[in-house]
Design a protein around this ligand. Structure first.
Ligand code: MF3
Ligand code: CO
Length: 273
C-alpha cells in the first residue's frame, strides 16, 4: 500500500532528507585518492549520529555499513572496506538516514581525479536521467512515466539500465510501496498523488545491463566488469510538481562545483499542460 503523507510527516521527511544530504556533503570532503571506503563510511555514521539520526542501512538485514559503496563495476550494496580509492576510480556513496522516525535516501557517484571520458559521460548521463525521471513524477501520472523517462534517456545515449534494482516509496520505512523501476512503459503502474514520497535511483551501466550478486548475497556488480553509475534523490509529489527533498548542493559545494542544473522545483517547472 502506498502512503500519502500528512503535512506533519512531510516536515519530518524534509528534515531526514536534509540530514542525508548534509551527510553526503561531509563524505564529499574526504573523497580523494588514498582514502579508504571505510573512512568514508565512518564519516557518514558519525555525522548522522552526531546530528540525532540513525544510519538506516547499518545492520539492516545484516548490512555492514552506513553507506553502500559502489566502486567502478559495483552497481549497488557494496561494503565499506579497506580499499583505498585510486585516481580514475568512480565511487557511488548511497546513504539513508533516519531522523524522528522518517528516512531520507540519496546517492551520488564521485569521480576520483581524472576519470576516463567514457566513464565521465556515463556519470553525467546517469545524473541527467535522474532529473528526467523526477521531471516525469507529476500528480496524475504513473510510475511507468518515470521509468520510461529514465530508460529512454539512457538507452538513446547507448547506456544500459539495470533491471533487477529499483527505486521505491520511502517514509517511516526505508523501502515502501511502490517500486520505482528504471525501465518500463509509459502509462503503467500506480498513479502518483500529492503527498507521496518516492526515491528515484537510476543505476546505469556503460556495458551490458547484466549484473552478478557476489557470494555474500549483497554486493552487486556488472557481469562484464565495466563501470556503473548511480544517483538518487528522495522526492515529494505535490499538486504543483515534483519537489526534491534531498539535495546535491552540499556535495557540490564541497567539490567546488557550481551546479546549475540542480533541481526541479515546483516554481521552476511549467505545470500547465
Ligand atoms: N539506497 C539503497 C536503496 O535504495 C539503500 C539500500 S540499504 C541496504 O535500496 F541496507 F539495503 F543495503
Ligand atoms: Co533508495
Amino acid at each position: 500500500m502506498i502512503y500519502v503523507k500528512t503535512a506533519e510527516e512531510i516536515e519530518k521527511m524534509r528534515a531526514a532528507c536534509e540530514l542525508t544530504s548534509r551527510t553526503l556533503g561531509e563524505v564529499a570532503k574526504w573523497v580523494r585518492p588514498g582514502v579508504t571506503t571505510r573512512h568514508l563510511d565512518n564519516i557518514a555514521r558519525e555525522f548522522i549520529q552526531d546530528n540525532g539520526g540513525r544510519p538506516s542501512c547499518l545492520g539492516y538485514e545484516g548490512f555492514p555499513g552506513t553507506l553502500c559503496i559502489e566502486v567502478n563495476e559495483t552497481v549497488v550494496h557494496g561494503f565499506p572496506s579497506g580499499y583505498e580509492l585510486r585516481e580514475g576510480d568512480i565511487v557511488g556513496t548511497d546513504c539513508v538516514a533516519e531522523l524522528n522516525g522518517y528516512h531520507g535516501d540519496s546517492c551520488y557517484t564521485f569521480g576520483i581525479g581524472t576519470v576516463d571520458p567514457k566513464t565521465e559521460a556515463l556519470m553525467r548521463v546517469t545524473k541527467e536521467s535522474l532529473y528526467k525521471g523526477i521531471e516525469a513524477a507529476r500528480a496524475g501520472k504513473r510510475i511507468g512515466d518515470i521509468s520510461n523517462a529514465v530508460q529512454t534517456y539512457c538507452e538513446h545515449r547507448g547506456y544500459s539500465v539495470v533491471r533487477e534494482m529499483c527505486g521505491h516509496g520511502i517514509g517511516r520505512s526505508m523501502h515502501e510501496d511502490p517500486e520505482v523501476p528504471n525501465c518500463g512503459r509509459r502509462g503503467i503502474g500506480p498513479v502518483l498523488r500529492p503527498g507521496m514520497c518516492i526515491a528515484i535511483e537510476p543505476m546505469i551501466n556503460l556495458g551490458s545491463k547484466n549484473i552478478v550478486i557476489e557470494r555474500n548475497g549483497w554486493e552487486c556488480r556488472t557481469r562484464d566488469r565495466k563501470p556503473s553509475a548511480h544517483y538518487e534523490h528522495t522526492i515529494l509529489i505535490t499538486a504543483e510538481g515534483p519537489e526534491i527533498l534531498t539535495t546535491f548542493r552540499y556535495i557540490e559545494e564541497a567539490l567546488g562545483i557550481a551546479e546549475a542544473q540542480e533541481e526541479t522545483t515546483p516554481e521552476a517547472t511549467p505545470t500547465n499542460n
